[in-house]
Ligand binder design. Structure first.
Ligand SMILES: O=C(O)CCC(=O)C(=O)O
Length: 264
């Protein structure tokens, strides 16, 4: 009989670290069964993406996979990390984004790096109450491309994210220092704010580095799509986060619309 995981409730020190530094290590959030389940799903999505594509040296992204995966929904809506998120965001929790990130062995190409960025630099959540829960599906460290966070960077607010060239998604953000590597065992997670600068370096090993992340926010938030726009939140398209495809209410309830004008 599988043992249920204890819920991850954050203590005062962890809450202070999240508030002051913009990130906190949550520890183990997946049961063995959930870890195997998510690894199986990563393999299924990777096989499906393989057709005619060279995946060598690449970082592979499988995004907004909730509708396609029962285990993603189960972990995202009932996982051990939800109590911690309630402490960080509040009683109403919207799961609004999901993504596998598989960093293939880099060899010498240097292509598998993901440079410094804020998650809100792509789709900005307003107000910026959103939290990313980045879960290692393999043991991760500095050799295979763990995620690094820049402590206190969230205090700078939303920074401009600029594409290096028209055909490159690489972004240029100047960061002083190296940041802190989130060294995690498979099934463990780090949580950070949508404004926390983070990155991952190359995978120097000969095995893929698999990870999965969820993003949550308060359901009353608005999503502003900065991708393929000038990056100026004032002119970018915006919509209530509850109207986006692939979003679920994980806990609590939605705020009532004015005059009970419920939309179909
Ligand atoms: O998993 C990684 O290597 C980083 C991915 C990431 O930060 C992102 O997709 O926003």
């Amino acid at each position: 009989m599988p043992t249920p995981l204890p819920k991850t409730k954050l203590n005062e020190t962890q809450l202070r670290q999240f508030r002051d530094e913009g990130y906190v290590i949550l520890g183990r959030v997946l049961s063995d069964e959930q870890l195997e389940g998510l690894r199986g799903e990563e393999a299924r999505f990777r096989a499906n993406a393989q057709v005619g594509k060279d995946q060598k040296n690449q970082t592979l992204f499988f995004s907004q996979v909730g509708p396609y995966s029962q285990i993603v929904r189960q972990v995202g809506l009932e996982g051990a990390h939800l109590d911690a998120l309630e402490q960080l965001i509040g009683p109403n929790l919207m799961l609004w984004y999901t993504q596998f990130v598989t960093k293939m062995p880099d060899g010498e190409s240097g292509k598998s790096e993901f440079p410094w960025h804020q998650d809100n630099g792509y789709i900005s959540i307003e107000p910026a109450n959103n939290v990313t829960v980045w879960i290692a599906l393999d043991d991760v460290d500095t050799r295979n491309g763990c995620v690094w966070v820049d402590p206190k960077s969230h205090l700078q607010g939303l920074l401009p994210h600029k594409k290096k060239s028209a055909d490159s998604w690489f972004l240029e953000i100047k960061v002083a220092g190296d940041g802190v590597p989130a060294v995690l065992k498979a099934g463990e997670a780090v949580a950070f704010t949508g404004l926390t600068l983070h990155r991952s370096k190359l995978n120097h090993t000969d095995r893929p580095r698999r990870a999965f992340f969820f993003e949550y926010c308060d359901p009353a938030s608005v999503a502003v799509s900065l991708v393929d726009h000038s990056g100026d939140p004032a002119s970018a398209p915006r919509s209530p986060v509850i109207r986006r495809a692939g979003t679920w209410l994980a806990r609590g309830q939605l705020p009532l619309p004015p005059n009970n004008k419920f939309e179909a």
